[in-house]
Design a protein around this ligand. Structure first.
Ligand SMILES: Cc1cc2nc3c(=O)[nH]c(=O)nc-3n(C[C@H](O)[C@H](O)[C@H](O)COP(=O)(O)O)c2cc1C
Length: 255
């Protein structure tokens, strides 16, 4: 079984390739959150989690999902693949602790560098077209390698993530600050350019937006920024920071 969460499509693209390569069913965490959370595992079945890195760790929705998940047996082989724009910090350790709290062991974890989607703070923007295409080109080979390694049956505990500089500080000091200060949906708004096309409502993975003339954000926001990037007229804003930022359309992600 492969469980995935994705805001803007990068992790969904990786997850589809992994599910196909491992011949495992693919389940959306956002959709599964509304269900019982009980799963029957076949003998030797692999359990994989695919998600974007948010503030040098797994998105909180992924951790919440793992906490409430129930399986009939302990997963034989549990792994994760995270997508990141730049670096993962200690995502592998944060994820491993979340599964260890259930008595499970994370056997392997990989990162795949993909186009960046974080734009809400100064200094962060989407990638140039050249960087975007280079990242996607490299990601094709990286996912093929991950698929082959997982399928090979070699079961050594193994993490291959691009941690970057100061990973401990990023994941254990800055990440809690991000959660406390930068997860609020309140700064979201739509300018007068909004055409009420409902694309933001449709793109929100957790059904947190209702368009009634203009979009209204509820309080279940995951900060994935799907609403911002999908807007055809760049009307969605997150405070004052995003007016001059680019949008990521996932144009190179073909199956
Ligand atoms: C709220 C938020 C936080 C992010 N934090 C990080 C980060 O800490 N490190 C990183 O390399 N990329 C970060 N990114 C970029 C995403 O991890 C990356 O673009 C990912 O591939 C998006 O996946 P998705 O399209 O499946 O949502 C962040 C993006 C968002 C929206």
């Amino acid at each position: 079984m492969i469980f995935y969460f994705s805001g803007t499509g990068n992790s969904a693209w990786v997850a589809r390739r992994l599910a196909e390569g491992q011949h495992e069913p693919l389940l959306s965490i956002a959709a599964e959150m509304d269900k019982s959370g009980e799963y029957k595992l076949k003998e030797g079945e692999k359990v994989g989690f695919v998600f974007p890195v948010y503030a040098w760790g797994p998105p909180p929705i992924v951790v919440r999902f793992i906490r409430r998940m129930k399986t009939d047996k302990r997963p034989d082989y549990l792994f994760f693949v995270c997508t990141c724009g730049d670096d993962t910090g200690r995502t592998a350790q944060v994820f491993s602790s979340a599964v260890a709290q259930k008595g499970w062991q994370c056997a392997a974890g990989y990162s795949v560098t993909m186009p960046n989607t974080y734009v809400s703070l100064p200094g962060f923007d989407v990638d140039s077209c050249d960087v975007e295409s280079l990242k996607v080109q490299n990601a094709v080979a990286r996912v093929r390698y991950i698929n082959e390694e997982i399928a090979s049956g070699v079961r050594m505990k193994h993490f291959s993530c691009h941690e970057g500089a100061f990973p401990f500080v990023k994941s254990y000091v800055l990440r809690p600050l991000f959660h406390a200060l930068l997860m609020s949906p309140k700064p979201f708004c739509a300018t007068g350019a909004c055409v009420a096309c409902k694309k933001c409502e449709e793109a929100c993975p957790v059904g947190n937006i209702k368009v009634e003339g203009r979009p209204v954000w509820g309080d279940r926001c995951t900060q994935c920024l799907a609403c911002y990037h999908v807007c055809p007229v760049h009307a969605v804003r997150y405070g004052k920071m995003t007016a001059s930022k680019g949008q990521y359309k996932g144009r190179l992600l073909k199956d």
